[in-house]
Structures are given as C-alpha cells and as structure tokens.
Design a protein around this ligand. Structure first.
Ligand code: F6P
Length: 314
C-alpha cells in the first residue's frame, strides 16, 4: 500500500505532527508513505520522496510543513491533470492523503476521486473557515499566539495608560479567527469582514472603554476593508494615541498547541485507517469526535453574530 501525501495551500501549525503520525502508522502496517515536495506542482512534476518516521521526528514541534506547499492551481490545466494521473499510475500509488483548506477540499479532492484513487483529506487552516467541520488544524495554535501578543500589549496598556491598541489577526476574507481571539482576550470591540460597522460608533465605544479602564483593545481581522488606515482615522476621531499591532504570518508560524497536536494525531490515525480500508473523504470534527464525510456540503455560516454583538456591546 503506497500513499502519496500532498500539502496544498496555506501551511498550519500541527501539519508536521499529522505527517509524523501518518508516516509512523503507515510504516507499522508495512505500507509506504511518499511526500510531494512542493504541493500540487510537485505532484504533477513527480517531485516526490519516500518518508520515514525518522524524517519527521525533529520537526513535530515546529509550525509550517516539512513537505513544502504551494498555492498554484496547476490542476486546472488538463495536461497537468493527465501528467499527474500517469505518474500516480506508473509509480504505483494506491491512495493520496491531502492537507489543505476550503479550495483544496472543494476542488482537488473531487478531482483525485474522479480518477478512481482513494483519497483522504485533512482540513488545515488557521482560519477555521471550512464548512462541515467544527475545527481545522492550526486554529487553536493561532489563537494562542494572539493571546501571547495581547498579553504583551496589555503590559504596556496598564503601565502607560490612555491608549487604544488595535490587534490585527490573519484570517483572509473571514473573521472566525479574529472573533475567537477577541472573545478569549476580552477585547472591547471586534471588527470582522462579514459585518459592517459605523466609525462613529467604534470611536465612541473605544473612548468609553479607555475612560473606564485606562486603555481600549480592538481586535480586527486582516480582511476588514479599512484595516490599513483605521489607526489614523481612529486617532483623529477619538483624540487618543492608537497603536497598531499586526500579527501577520508570525501567527501562522505559532508553536503547535496541545489541541492541535491532539487533533493532528487523531485525524492522521483516522486518515490512515481510511486509506487502508480503501475509503475516501474529509476528516471532520463533529462535537468531540472525528469522522469522515464524502464532500463539503456548502458554505460555512457567517461568524457567530450573537457573540459579535456581545463583544461589541450591541
Ligand atoms: O491559510 C490561510 C491564511 O493564513 C490566511 O489567514 C491569510 O490571509 C492567508 O493564508 C495568507 O496567505 P499567503 O501566505 O499566501 O499570503
């Protein structure tokens, strides 16, 4: 039983843990695990190598992915598809393990399945924006990284009062990550790309928080349209110093948390059992348990509006 592993799209903390578990389980069941060295382009170009548990051990505690990824949508091209199919057949690949976010799960998985190849996918993105699963690998680590940043910022907020701090998370065009961080951090306000807000309201809310507590904390997602100019606008409107902290890709490089390591191992075990049984699908979390679903059903509902309103005092 030979499985090719492909990491596609944005990396996420915990991928190396899942790789280590899958490769170890594969070796124990006397199978072979190969890795594509560069996402889907590497799949198409045949840049693969055999993986052993010893290759993975030094990296399990690190974010990123020891198997390089790519965002190049090379499989849109029919000649690339044909080349990939030929290589998979010629090199005796029995199954594929995919790591990726919404796009990978929605478009690449069905394509590989249409070639008659068993394929299992593990949702990986710090954005937690994939439908049908409560959880995507990397989200918890990214939240924990943000809390460390908040705690650092609050040290100054308490020591040097009279400021507004803006903390910008990643999240692409979605606000699930920013909402979770704002809630956990006890922010005075949160801005998400999905919900419009009035600048007068925001200025009044932050001014009141600063007057009551000596500082104000605003958390926003990078996808908020005004994110780049908001600090200056707010400073003028509120008449206070506004400091802008952007977590950027450092957040995606967060140390894998306990939850992500646990999820990664459970998801990899389930993926291994599935490929051994010739099954296909996406590993999803429903409540406390993991299961396999055939495909993504639709779009994920917008971030929890009640929680958004609660944080913002609406
Ligand atoms: O993978 C999701 C994500 O980390 C988003 O949060 C972020 O906007 C995006 O990827 C960044 O992508 P890239 O690394 O390609 O700039």
């Amino acid at each position: 039983m030979r499985t090719l592993i492909v990491v596609s799209g944005g990396d996420a903390p915990g991928i190396n843990v899942a790789l280590a578990q899958f490769v170890q389980d594969t070796q124990q069941s006397e199978g072979e695990a190969w890795g594509a060295i560069g996402g889907l382009p590497a799949l198409v170009q045949g840049q693969w190598r055999a993986l052993s548990p010893a290759d993975l051990w030094p990296y399990v505690g690190l974010a990123g992915s020891i198997l390089p990824s790519s965002r190049e949508p090379i499989l849109r091209d029919e000649s690339a598809q044909a080349q990939a199919r030929r290589l998979l057949r010629e090199r005796g690949v029995d199954s594929v393990l995919l790591f990726g976010g919404d796009g990978t799960l929605r478009y690449v998985l069905p394509l590989l399945l249409s070639w008659g190849l068993p394929c299992v996918a593990i949702p990986t993105t710090i954005d937690n924006d994939v439908p049908d699963t409560d959880y995507t690998l990397g989200f918890d680590s990214a939240c924990n990284y943000a809390y460390q940043a908040v705690d650092g910022v609050l040290a100054t907020a308490h020591a040097l009062g009279g400021r507004i701090f803006m903390l910008e998370t990643l999240g692409g065009p979605t606000g699930y990550l920013a909402l979770a961080v704002a809630h956990g951090a006890g922010a005075h306000a949160v801005l998400l790309p999905e919900y419009a807000y009035e600048q007068d309201w925001l200025a009044a809310r932050l001014r009141a928080a600063a007057q009551a507590q000596g500082f104000a904390l605003l958390v926003l997602s990078e996808g908020v349209a005004e994110a780049r100019t908001l600090a200056d606008t707010l400073a003028q409107r509120v008449g206070m110093r506004v400091r802008d902290v952007r977590l950027g890709h450092a957040q995606r490089g967060a140390t894998p948390s306990h939850r992500d390591r646990t999820f990664a191992r459970q998801a990899a075990r389930l993926a291994h059992q599935a490929v051994r049984a010739g099954q296909s699908g996406i590993v999803v979390q429903r409540g406390a348990g993991l299961e396999l679903v055939a495909s993504l059903s639709g779009q994920r509902p917008a971030p929890d509006r009640a929680l958004y309103d609660q944080i913002n005092g609406l």
